[in-house]
Design a binder for this molecule. Structure first.
Ligand code: GDP
Ligand code: GDP
Length: 447
């Protein structure tokens, strides 16, 4: 299965160099039919076992460091729209510049989280400062590469892999929505959490004793990051951060990879299982990863692990529920399941919580019901009238699932206060039974 990757970024960061490295001699498609000019160069790329199409936006226009010509912006936006995934390249030697921030902004608005960040020219140490600066773009963990010297290509491939698998999954969903026979697709989960929360123990328990992850000799290839398992009546694929850690050790890049474990795992997953250590739940790391999962639009289930060792269960459970509601309101109602990875207790309930969170994440609310609901909400709790101008909410529809995404057409969407948006989101969650999934609500102007 193939996907399309767009390489974007300001001039001179090394996009063409990277394009040439990925495409090698396989440069396809120089369309020299008269009258056809292609402004986006396209090629068949290969990276390890991965095959994909790459779109290059380089050489479109000379831009100065202060400005970004409109044409370049338009073409970048088009490449982003055409591609499944964007590789945003910055120059680690120069660090983050103003034009980089403009591109980052385009990607945040247009790419819907489908972005991998690469800090190029990172050979030697000259790129270290720029590499760390790249975090400030808010596009996740940068991957240090050197397009010219071919360094970091393994890491780049590892970052692309979960996406490659996800596009497989996406196609299946489209088929499903078109009413064709649904293939029995494995449910993709990531098990995340802070060190020592019990992730490895949990995964191994799910996999069964005979399938302990001990490395390549156990039949798991070095490249394997997703472990298939039949759990209960259903196929799952577990994104295994423990396995990645082992691989990282091999590559002596433990430090760097373990930081990105969580992020990668979250991007891969449909449902993110946040493993908590019951004796110290909802510490800052737990909150950060759960928030990340929400922002990436994933369904979230909490597994309160080491329940076997908890002495004051009733008090503990009450306080964890209170913490969850208070510290992560954006994941209101997310399931919290007490488990013992060590003994296996609670794992059936965990599995049920995962499948039902997945169902909620995939849920589609019929437009008729939504609009009946919207009419009820606006009549019982009308939107405010800033400056005497009444905001009318005319119509709404669910544009997407995974996660549920709604669009509301409104007369003055930009004037609608955040509190009213929250009121609508909370109402949707309550009235359409959407616990534990991110809910996206977008507004469009319609007079
Ligand atoms: P583009 O405008 O983004 O397509 O950038 P190019 O691919 O044309 O590269 C711009 C300049 O950066 C060229 O001089 C490249 O040789 C240089 N360059 C590209 N990749 C690297 C790299 O990994 N390390 C170093 N030091 N220079 C690079
Ligand atoms: P990871 O770093 O999140 O992968 O954590 P591990 O799976 O390596 O577990 C860390 C430690 O917690 C180990 O000593 C485990 O034996 C212990 N542990 C894991 N799950 C449980 C559990 O359910 N109950 C108890 N009592 N200990 C557990």
């Amino acid at each position: 299965m193939s996907f399309t990757l767009a390489i974007v970024g300001r001039p001179n960061v090394g996009k063409s160099t990277l394009f040439n490295r990925l495409v090698g001699k396989r440069l396809a498609l120089v369309d020299d039919q008269p009258g056809v000019t292609r402004d986006l160069r396209e090629g068949a790329a290969r990276l390890g076992q991965l095959r994909f199409t790459v779109i290059d936006t380089a050489g479109l226009e000379e831009a100065t460091d202060e400005s970004l010509p409109g044409r370049m912006r338009a073409l970048t936006e088009r490449a982003v729209a055409e591609a499944d995934l964007c590789l945003f390249v910055i120059d680690a030697r120069t660090g983050v510049t103003q034009p980089d921030m403009v591109f980052a902004d385009i990607l945040r608005k247009r790419a819907d989280g489908r972005v991998i960040l690469a800090a190029n020219k990172a050979e030697g140490n000259a790129g270290d400062a720029g590499y760390y600066e790249a975090y400030t773009l808010g596009l996740g963990e940068p991957i240090p590469i050197s397009a010219e010297h071919g360094e970091g290509m393994d890491d780049l491939r590892a970052a692309l892999e979960p996406w490659a698998e996800q596009f497989d999954a996406r196609e299946a969903v489209t088929e499903l929505e078109e009413g064709e026979e649904a293939p029995d697709r494995p449910l993709q989960i990531a098990v995340v959490g802070r060190p020592n929360a019990g992730k490895s123990t949990l995964i191994n328990k799910i996999l069964g004793e005979d399938r302990l992850l001990t490395g390549p000799e156990a039949g798991i290839t070095r490249d394997s990051i997703a472990v298939p398992v039949r759990w209960g009546e259903r196929d799952f694929r577990i994104f295994d951060t423990a396995g990645m850690r082992k691989r990282a050790k091999v590559q002596e890049k433990l430090e760097k990879l373990s930081v990105s474990d969580g992020l990668r795992a979250v991007k891969f997953a449909e449902v993110v299982v946040v493993v908590l250590d019951t004796s110290i739940p909802f510490e800052s790391q737990d909150l950060r990863i759960a928030d990340l999962a929400e922002r990436e639009g994933r369904a979230v289930v909490f597994a309160a692990n080491k329940w076997d060792a908890e002495e004051h269960r009733a008090e503990r459970l009450a306080s964890m529920k209170e913490q969850l509601a208070r510290l992560l309101p954006q994941l209101s109602g997310a399931p919290l399941v007490t488990v013992s990875a060590l003994t296996g207790r609670g794992l059936d309930r965990l599995r049920e919580a995962i499948t039902s969170a997945h169902d909620v994440w995939n849920r589609r609310v019929p437009t008729g019901r939504l609009n009946q609901w919207l009419a009820d909400q606006t009549s019982s709790h009308p939107p405010p009238a800033p400056g005497g101008r009444r905001i009318r909410l005319r119509y709404m529809t669910q544009a997407k699932t995974r996660p549920p995404t709604f669009i509301v057409f409104a007369s003055l969407p930009e004037d609608l206060p955040a509190s009213y948006k929250r009121f609508l989101v909370n109402g949707l969650r309550r009235d359409f039974d959407l616990p534990g999934t991110p809910i996206r609500l977008e507004f469009r102007k319609r007079d």
